[in-house]
Design a binder for this molecule. Structure first.
Ligand code: SF4
Length: 693
């Protein structure tokens, strides 16, 4: 049997996978020993990929209002509907909601159609829920959305600070690499900053169970302490940064004592950070999913700029994404406030992209971000919504309002691989898309490494690639010449060419080479980090070690970060704080991992973690059934009494949907408040009551 090198479709680690089809619709799955992200390792989810390949519950044929139709009928219906809505209500009455599950080529096609030819930037991605705060923080500090470091920095560091990250469960292979490095060099220290005691704490030298939402106060305190102790990299700060005094003034006005940590633990953390040159601070959804998410990101970056610890081996701030291709979406501009190829809506960028795409219909202003986009659907302002490869009826905050909005939408379209999804149920037009194992393209992981996803199973039923579905609709709308691709290699070349087109930044990157890659070269493309500075020999592929940031003056910015509480405070009716997240062996809304009996064995039921004091106050014991009730909705879970959560905090998994357990969809109860800069929802902090049923 032929062995196919591809990439895991789950988390942002982006592990290489070797798939050997068995000729009966299944495949043997192994880790790719040559892939730089995992070097042969796989986690439980990756290793079980072969158990998720069945065609059970797949969407295999186009449907309109529950009736099977031909592709021509479905595509004609979509094109005619979009044309009518735009003619009657204008382009902003149309929206796309896409996904970090899309391949970069699919992402590029969706973005090009709606922004370039439908004339609206109302396209947002579920990556808005994942890393939008990091994007905005990077842009404020660096002048660009650039991840400075590489995974190997975790192994080379002497201090690794994990903030709002349960790395052991959410990015397991990276955790395995960190664990192995710490065993090999026991002097390496690991600090976990998380209100919960998670499995990641098993390798922690120090766990700071801070008060939820107090991260900015903690890192402001660290910045002040570093400055007072003389840990400032004076030359780096003078030559490569701006804004330190204002940021320090704001930081020193706060008090790290409000974080709920002991003075001894605070002092120890500050001391380790001050004394350890090789320090990496990795942060994830506990930082990003907050109404203060962007400030949290900048508060962390400020400490690395002050100490000059960025872009050199074993040091730097590092945002790790939840999704397999959140980074690819960032590259092609699939966020509503980006244009394409990391450009925004500045006049020069609009002119450049408009000429490259050969369109006069280019969207001229940013579109709606995810929460606002679904609100606009609910108000009837958006009349045609096309959802691709994601399940917002389960995954958006205030999720039942999303379901109601879709029910009232004139033209609701979903492109999906699976049939069993709350969102597929809610949409009138259903377009069958290829799944992992069948589709072909590229993904970009959290260290900017681009890998190929390659097909090793045939397309089932009438399922088609996402890029093909988009291009066929474009052709029916009269834009066929701009979408005349014959395969994903054409789209990859166009994406690379647009990145290089009249782009001053390309003086530092080897971008143009990929625009001329032939099909054979695309076919055998090995994983590579992109963009990478051409001075890679000096930086090892990292950014900013020698300064040279992307603001016009080439300096980074310290950003003053005010301490702000979460949007909604607990009250007597809702005294507990609901935190949500992943469990180890499930992925998102379980449409794929839910097929594996082995994976289900880890957490077979949805449970809510409750501190013993809070459980006793409600006469609750492990195994009881309880309702989580918030101002926005309710969900039902089995109780798990645990001192891993702080008193006053509860934790519930995000995975269960109405398809799986009608009442355990936690996002029905989650508040929809967003960060004012990034638009990222505050999924980690909703005031709730827990009641015994
Ligand atoms: Fe897949 Fe992430 Fe596990 Fe790697 S760590 S095998 S990318 S889920």
């Amino acid at each position: 049997m032929t062995v196919v090198a591809t990439t895991c479709p789950y988390c942002g680690v982006g592990c290489g996978v070797m798939a050997t089809p068995d000729g009966m619709g299944g495949a043997k799955i192994e880790g790719d020993r040559h892939h730089p992200a995992n070097r042969g390792r796989l986690c439980s989810k990756g290793a079980a990929l072969g158990e998720t390949l069945s065609l059970e519950d797949r969407l295999l044929y186009p449907e309109i209002d529950g009736q099977r139709v031909s592709w021509d009928a479905a595509l004609d219906h979509v094109a005619a509907g979009l044309r009518t809505v735009i003619a009657q209500h204008g382009p902003d009455a149309v929206a796309f909601y896409v996904s970090g599950q899309l391949l970069t080529e699919d992402y590029y096609a969706a973005n090009k159609l709606i922004k370039g030819f439908l004339g609206t930037a109302n396209i947002d991605t579920n990556s808005r829920l994942c890393m939008a705060s990091s994007v905005a923080g990077h842009k404020r500090a660096f002048g660009s959305d650039t991840v400075p470091g590489l995974y190997e920095d975790f192994e080379q560091a002497d201090l690794v600070v994990l903030v709002g990250s349960n790395l052991a469960w959410c990015h397991p292979v990276l955790f395995q690499r960190l664990d192995a490095a710490k065993r090999a060099r026991p002097r390496m220290k690991v600090v976990v900053i998380d209100p919960r005691r998670t499995e990641t704490c098993d390798i922690a030298d120090l766990h700071l169970a801070l008060r939820p939402g107090s991260d900015v106060a903690l890192f402001n305190g660290l910045l002040t302490e570093l400055h007072q102790r003389g840990a400032t990299a004076a030359d780096f700060v003078a030559e490569h940064t701006a804004g330190l005094d204002a940021a320090l003034a704001m930081a020193s006005a706060g008090d790290a004592g409000t974080c709920g940590l002991s003075a001894a633990d605070l002092a120890l953390f500050f001391d380790w950070f001050a004394k350890t040159e090789r320090t990496v601070t990795l942060y994830s959804q506990g930082v990003n999913q907050s109404t203060a998410g962007v400030d949290k990101v900048n508060a962390i970056i400020n400490c690395h700029l002050l100490t000059g610890r960025i872009g050199r081996p074993g040091m730097g701030p590092f945002s790790i994404t939840g999704q397999p291709n959140a980074m690819g979406g960032r590259e092609v501009g699939a966020l509503s406030n980006a244009l394409a190829a990391h450009m925004d809506f500045a006049p020069a960028d609009l002119d450049r992209v408009g000429r490259f795409w050969g369109t006069s219909r280019l969207a001229s202003k940013p579109g709606l971000k995810a929460v606002d986009l679904f609100d606009a659907v609910g108000r009837g302002e958006i009349k045609a919504l096309w959802i691709m490869a994601t399940n917002p009826v389960a995954s958006m905050p205030n999720a039942d309002a999303v379901r109601a909005a879709l029910a009232a939408c004139d033209l609701s379209i979903v492109s999906e691989a699976v049939r069993a999804s709350d969102t597929v149920d809610a949409c009138r037009v259903r377009l069958p898309a290829l799944a992992w194992a069948e589709k072909e393209g590229t993904v970009t992981n959290s260290e900017r490494c681009i890998s190929r996803q390659r097909p090793f199973l045939p397309a089932p039923g009438e399922a088609r690639p996402d890029w093909w579905i988009i291009a066929e609709v474009a052709r029916r709308l009269g834009y066929g010449d701009a979408f005349a691709w014959t395969g994903p290699a054409d789209i990859f070349r166009e994406h690379a060419a647009l990145s290089a087109f009249e782009n001053e930044g390309t003086r530092d990157f080897d971008i143009g080479a990929y625009a001329t890659l032939d099909d054979a070269g695309y076919g055998c493309l090995a994983p590579f980090v992109w963009p990478a500075p051409t001075k890679a020999a000096a930086t090892g592929g990292r950014f900013f070690g020698g300064g040279d940031f992307f603001h016009v003056d080439r300096r980074a910015r310290f950003v003053g970060t005010p301490v702000r509480p979460p949007e909604h405070a607990p009250d007597p009716e809702h005294p507990l704080r609901l935190n949500t997240g992943r469990v180890r062996d499930q992925w998102h809304t379980m449409t794929r991992t839910g097929k594996s009996v082995r994976l289900a064995g880890h957490r077979p039921e949805p449970t809510v973690d409750l501190h013993p004091l809070d459980a006793a106050a409600r006469n609750l014991r492990t195994g009881d059934i309880a309702e989580l009730r918030s101002r926005w909705g309710r969900a039902v879970f089995k109780v798990h009494v645990s001192d891993a959560v702080r008193p006053g905090d509860i934790f519930a998994p995000m995975h269960w949907t109405a398809q799986l357990s009608r009442s355990s969809k936690v996002n029905a109860a989650v508040n929809p408040a967003v960060d004012r800069l990034s638009g990222q929802p505050e999924l980690k902090h909703t005031p709730v009551q827990v009641l015994k049923l």
